[in-house]
Design a protein around this ligand. Structure first.
Ligand code: UD1
Ligand code: CA
Length: 455
């Protein structure tokens, strides 16, 4: 059975009050439509057709890597018209599932259930029962509870409006039949639209029994119309993620104050303090402790790493037992080995710092290779940039760099070397020796401070 998925994403999203097409607004750091594309992929869709319109090429252009057929719906004449535009792309499919670019949290499990519950018939609907069904298409059933049709709110009689079972919009149908029904629907209704929902009545007239399934939660079929609704779904999504982490053995100081925009994997007994933001692919090893207000992006932390408050780690690797922060910033291509200490107001960029080395205070380490057991004193700066090019600083194992040293790259400090505080090191410093550049200290005998002249 080849399953095709059609995703409707042509709507304007007026209530977003935005120049950005609605389906490109982010949820958990990714466009709404990306979440729906993921669900389609998780189902093993053999073909994905996305119907776009408002915002033009912006929507397809946002997904250069996605294997989908992008179908433009120039005029938005209704959901039925929209699906019809994508039917040529479904030519090879056995069945077609219709999803929505603005219904981001739909669960593949629910869709699998809908598809398998519909195996024996040509049409299946995902429906739900709401206390307040206002705005939704109502599911009209006969006395023996068989689905007869869907009536849109605007076209419904008072009796039909009282029905609380509603259409989520998600349907699955046998492809040939769907194509035929879609060609037969008209727009003789209050909104002058071609309603996808009219295929139900046509199917029933053809003797088809319509299967129905309900979603697990209302959030998974919730559509987004404005930014407040995105924010509500964002909180729901983040809460779910936090629950999963906790059940998997991670302690969260406050499950409401963690935001994951990407994928986060924690090994056992990790502690995450409040206000952590994770972006991209983040891996945290066992027994790590992450302090409050940190940002971790595309990084890997080995076991037992401690990240203290207000630190930012991006594109870096930190090995077991290292301690980072507070107020540290590790930038891309930084590798911090076992047991290192990177302290407050230290920025590290594209540098390798070997085991047990310490850069504890107020330093910039860029384009550097630092050996094991090095102590970099407070205020040390690698002067890696000459205004045109970047240059490398090498510091050998066991070296001691005095405070407030400027290392003018390219430069090498030998193993075991000591650099006197306040030096500007612009030539290589030999191993095991003391090197320093320092103006001799002088005291001017009898010198007096100027006094204010009286006028
Ligand atoms: C639709 C259903 C209704 C269901 C509700 C659930 C129809 C006729 N009605 O109503 O039964 O209860 O969803 O939310 O299907 N779209 C296009 N092109 C179009 C028209 C719509 O891409 O020409 C997209 C919209 O961007 C939107 C989705 O399809 O994402 C639904 O369209 P909308 O007009 O909002 O349908 P509803 O009135 O919500
Ligand atoms: Ca809608």
């Amino acid at each position: 059975m080849k399953l095709g998925v059609v995703i409707l994403a042509a709507g304007k999203g007026t209530r977003m009050q935005s120049a950005l097409p609605k389906v490109l607004h982010p949820l958990a750091g990714r466009p709404l439509l990306a979440h729906v594309l993921d669900a389609a992929a998780a189902l093993g869709a053999a073909q994905i057709g996305v119907v776009y319109g408002h915002g033009g090429r912006q929507v397809p252009d946002a997904f250069p890597e996605v294997k989908a057929t992008w179908v433009e719906q120039a005029e938005r004449l209704g959901t039925g018209h929209a699906v019809l535009q994508a039917m040529p792309a479904m030519a090879e499919m056995d069945r077609v599932l219709v999803l929505y670019g603005d219904v981001p949290l739909i669960e593949p499990e629910t869709l699998n259930r809908l598809v398998s519950d519909t195996a024996e018939t040509r049409l299946g609907l995902l429906t739900m029962t709401l206390d307040d069904p206002a705005g939704y298409g109502r599911i009209v059933r006969d006395k023996s509870n068989r689905v007869l049709k869907i009536v849109e709110q605007k076209d419904a009689s008072a009796a039909e409006r009282a029905i609380t079972e509603v259409n989520t919009g998600i349907i699955v149908a046998e492809r040939d039949s769907l194509a035929q029904w879609l060609r037969r629907i008209g727009n003789d209704n209050v909104q002058r639209e071609y309603y996808l929902t009219d295929v139900i009545g046509l199917a029933v007239a053809d003797g088809v029994t319509v299967a129905t399934t309900a979603p697990e939660t209302l959030e998974e079929v919730a559509g987004v119309n404005d930014r407040a609704q995105i924010a509500a779904l964002e909180r729901y999504y983040q809460r779910g993620l936090a629950e999963k982490l906790m059940l998997g053995g991670t302690t969260l100081a406050d499950p409401n104050r963690l935001d994951v925009r990407g994928s986060l994997r924690c090994d056992q007994d990790v502690f995450l303090d409040v206000n952590l933001i994770c972006e991209g692919r983040v891996r945290i090893g066992a027994n790590c402790r992450i302090g409050p207000n940190c940002i971790l992006k595309d990084c890997t932390l080995g076991p037992g790493v401690e990240v203290l408050a207000n630190s930012i780690i991006e594109g870096a690797t930190v090995a077991a037992g290292a301690r980072i922060g507070p107020f540290a910033r590790l930038r891309p291509e930084s590798e911090v080995a076992e047991g290192c200490h990177i302290g407050n107001f230290v920025e590290v960029k594209k540098s390798h710092i070997a085991a047990g080395s310490k850069v504890n205070h107020l330093s910039y380490i860029g384009d550097a290779e630092i050996g094991a057991g090095v102590n970099v004193g407070a205020g040390t700066i690698t002067c890696n940039y000459d205004g045109a090019n970047k240059h490398l600083t090498r510091i050998g194992e066991g070296a001691f760099i005095g405070s407030n040293t400027a290392l003018v790259a390219p430069v090498t400090v030998g193993a075991g070397a000591t650099i006197g505080a306040g030096s500007v090191i612009s030539r290589d410093a030999p191993a095991e020796q003391l090197t320093l550049t320092r103006a001799p200290q002088a005291t001017i005998k009898g010198w007096q401070r100027p006094v204010k002249s009286s006028t």
